[in-house]
Design a protein around this ligand. Structure first.
Ligand code: COA
Length: 258
């Protein structure tokens, strides 16, 4: 697969997926969304990759939104198609069994913030600005932003951000729980890597189950039941046996991911 709008780089067990349309502030056009689908599909299926860092090229933008030029004059059928494709890609990221960290290196607006919201953890450069400004274009967020932002920061703050269309600073984003940490721009990727590497020493099987169980907390289905199911499933796996045995034997676990 040839990627025109993404840079794909592997560093050890980490896959970098980098939006690479810097002249358009990494805006997510249709081709980029399609490429994201394939890049994540490949990373999730690749046994030599255990975690992913999603970021944008340059220091100005993570992604400044869906590509507004592609919205010009479209009919409703096309709008549905655009939204459905975005939903499919972002749901795949959210439900992936490998951890995905968004390293927000600049503007994360509209679809750009919605992409970051679909990732499991968000780290922001101190210069980052975030917002869902769609109402300023006479639109509403269409890639899951009304749902994921509301769940993450609560209804009141989501209402304020979406209805005013205002951007918020990294400091404000940290305060409302939209990002997990703020670091200097030059330290952003190193911090994201260190955090991901900390996760990757744990059992890959357990990390995948934990992501699924946490995601189930937000679904209409009974998340408590899902937690019991997945907790029970652990006991059929070698990693659980190994983790318990290692703890009891006062040694480091040797997880195989099964
Ligand atoms: N879609 C398409 N192109 C975009 C874009 C988007 N979402 N965001 C930025 N661009 C393009 C600009 O059109 C410009 O292209 P050009 O040089 O060919 O004219 C280039 O990226 C640089 O953007 P520019 O607006 O000149 O940068 P700026 O520093 O003055 O402003 C922003 C930065 C982020 C404030 C501004 O680009 C902006 O408001 N973008 C749209 C944000 C938005 O509404 N997103 C939600 C979309 S649904």
């Amino acid at each position: 697969m040839i990627f025109n709008n993404l840079l794909i780089e592997q560093k050890g067990r980490i896959q970098y997926i980098i939006l690479n349309r810097e002249s358009k502030l990494n805006a997510l056009n249709n081709q980029t969304i399609n490429e994201l689908y394939h890049a994540f599909e490949m990373a999730f299926a690749n046994p030599s990759i255990d975690g992913i860092i999603m970021t944008g090229a340059g220091t100005k933008a993570f992604a400044a939104g869906a590509d507004i030029a592609e919205f010009n004059g479209i009919e409703t059928d096309k709008a549905t198609e655009i939204a459905k494709l975005g939903h499919k890609v972002f749901e795949m990221i959210e439900n992936g069994t490998k951890p995905v960290i968004a390293a927000i290196n600049g503007f994360a607006l509209g679809g750009g913030l919605e992409l970051a919201l679909a990732c499991h953890i968000r780290i922001a450069a101190e210069t980052a600005k975030m917002g869902l400004p769609e109402v300023s274009l006479g639109l509403i967020p269409g890639y899951g932003g009304t749902q994921r932002l509301t769940k993450l920061v609560g209804k009141g703050k989501a209402m304020e951000m979406i209805l005013t269309a205002d951007m918020i600073t990294a400091t404000d984003a940290l305060q409302v729980g939209l990002v997990n940490k703020i670091v200097a721009q030059e330290d952003l990727l190193k911090y994201a890597e260190d955090l991901l590497n900390k996760i990757l020493i744990r059992s890959p099987m357990a990390i995948g189950y934990a992501i699924a169980a946490i995601n189930a907390a937000e679904k209409q289905t009974n998340g408590f039941e899902e937690e019991i199911t997945l907790f029970t499933k652990c006991f059929n796996t070698n990693d659980t046996k190994e983790g318990i045995a290692a703890f009891l034997g006062k040694r480091k676990p040797d997880f195989k991911g099964n």
